[in-house]
Design a protein around this ligand. Structure first.
Ligand code: ARG
Length: 468
């Protein structure tokens, strides 16, 4: 490999034919992507091997050259995987680094690999392959997380806890119901990645620089060899489209929002004031000054990950907006953010699954909290409608007066005596006490999708069957 970092450097070996001098050092620095796109080495080599095999099958290069290229690329692959590969900034990116090394390994035939291809379709193919793998990783990570949440839901299908609106006690729900809400969210996330994967599974390779090529290539063959459903139908679109990355980032952002909400609940629930859950030692840290502390750091970090993941999607949307067709170098700025978002999404998914799988849920604390805050006031109002024939608005008013009375006496609704209740509305009878208990309250919420343990169990069974 020619050392192009010398003071007296020559023009680029790959494209420098018309250049008398090499680039300014700062030009080289701003232009190079090898510092990060080396992550695409496996996809790049896979794409090149498929391309070379197709060129030979079409009689565009000889079988002998294609064989040398294919073998040589495997050598380069193992060299990179062994570590310490001398990536060169002067060679700009992963595509030219691999090709230059191939030339050193096999000599002249290496120069035939780039026939009927451009770095524009090459990078679009490599990056698509990489993002497709990340969709698969997200799907697997979500599957694990969904199963962890389902297990917790099953344990706690009967445990009552306060359901909140405005973070104020609203009505009792079950812990299982609460967990199943996240199962629904994470399952939608999973389907978003599945959906995006299907849409991105078209191959840009063979679009060449932008217009296609005059060589008799077989784009269907390369598409198939790389596991794509079909070649992309428009060469301009093929090299300039980054929807697949935008969709991946969008799906990742929504998923990160969901994880952030659950993480926030875990932070609140594990606080001394709530103690609904206790994080296991594996997922907490201590304080260097306050010996009593057990901090839910993993939950806090997951809560924060949305910042960089959404940041990545805003960055790429901004890069892409207003770009004329077809390729522009702006698009080289597509990768780092996606790499970072994907790494952090996978980490957060794994941490969330581990954390909820290992946490202890304090069913007693949940139940005690569920019974406070007049959580069955709606049940009382509903009883007045059903049993005493009051219009709901009047029932609401009567219940409000009873809550005020209990509040004044410093007790909960079920602690009021029948006489005290009748002093507000004489139609109230002993049977009202049946609906004031939190277990009866949740058991009565039998509407489809409601919090009654039977309903929750039916949803758990449905998901278990679906996940197999
Ligand atoms: N490193 C480039 C990128 O990531 C590869 C494509 C370069 N194409 C070009 N015509 N300069 O976008």
């Amino acid at each position: 490999m020619t050392d192009q970092t010398d003071e007296n450097k020559s023009s680029n070996a790959m494209w420098g034919g018309r250049f008398a001098a090499g680039p300014d050092a700062i030009m080289e620095a701003i232009n190079a992507s090898i510092g990060y796109d080396q992550r695409l080495y496996a996809q790049d080599i896979r794409g090149s091997r498929a391309h070379a095999a197709m060129l030979a099958a079409q009689g565009i290069i000889s079988d002998k050259d294609a064989e040398a290229i294919g073998e040589g690329l495997l050598t380069v692959l193992s060299e990179i995987e062994a570590g310490g590969f001398p990536f060169s900034t002067a060679l700009e990116d992963i595509h030219m680094n691999v090709e230059a090394r191939l030339k050193e390994v096999i000599g002249e035939p290496a120069g035939r690999l780039h026939t009927a291809r451009s770095r524009n379709d090459q990078v679009a193919t490599d990056f698509r392959l990489w993002v497709r793998e990340q969709c698969d990783a997200a799907i697997t990570g979500l599957d694990t997380l969904i199963r962890a949440a389902l297990t917790r839901a099953e344990d706690g299908a009967d445990w009552v806890m306060p359901g909140f609106t405005h973070l104020q006690t609203a009505q009792p729900v079950t812990f299982g119901h609460h967990m199943m809400a996240y199962v629904e969210m994470f399952a939608r996330d999973k389907s978003r990645f599945e959906d995006a994967r299907k849409r991105m599974n078209e191959c840009p390779l063979g679009a060449a620089a932008l217009a296609g090529t005059g060589f008799p290539i077989d784009r269907h063959a390369t598409a198939e060899a790389l596991g794509f459903d079909r070649p992309m139908a428009n060469s301009l679109d093929a090299v300039s489209d980054r929807d697949f990355a935008l969709e991946f980032l969008s799906a990742s952002s929504i998923c990160a929002v969901h994880m952030s909400r659950l993480a926030e609940e875990l932070v609140i629930w594990s606080s001394a004031q709530f103690r609904f859950v206790a994080m296991s030692d594996k997922w907490s840290t201590g304080s260097s000054i306050m010996p009593q502390k057990r901090n839910p750091d993993a939950a806090e970090l997951i809560r924060a990950k949305i910042g960089r993941i959404l940041g990545a999607s805003v960055a790429l949307f901004t890069v892409m907006k207003g770009l004329p067709l077809a390729y522009s170098k702006d698009m080289q700025e597509d990768k780092e953010q996606v790499f970072d978002a994907a790494d952090n999404l996978m980490l957060a998914l794994a941490a969330m699954a581990g954390m909820i799988g290992d946490m202890t849920v304090n069913a007693d604390k949940l139940e005690a909290a569920a019974s406070g805050g007049f959580s069955t006031a709606t049940d009382l109002a509903d009883w007045l409608v059903r049993e005493a024939g009051l219009p709901f608005r009047d029932a609401h008013h009567v219940t409000g007066s009873l809550v005020a009375m209990a509040e004044e006496k410093g007790c909960d609704l079920p602690d009021l005596s029948l006489e005290q209740m009748q002093s507000i509305n004489p139609a109230i009878t002993e049977s009202v006490f049946d609906v004031l208990g939190v277990h009866n309250s949740v058991a009565s919420r039998q509407s489809y999708g409601g919090t009654a343990p039977d309903q929750v169990r039916a949803q758990i069974a449905r998901w278990k069957e679906q996940l197999g």
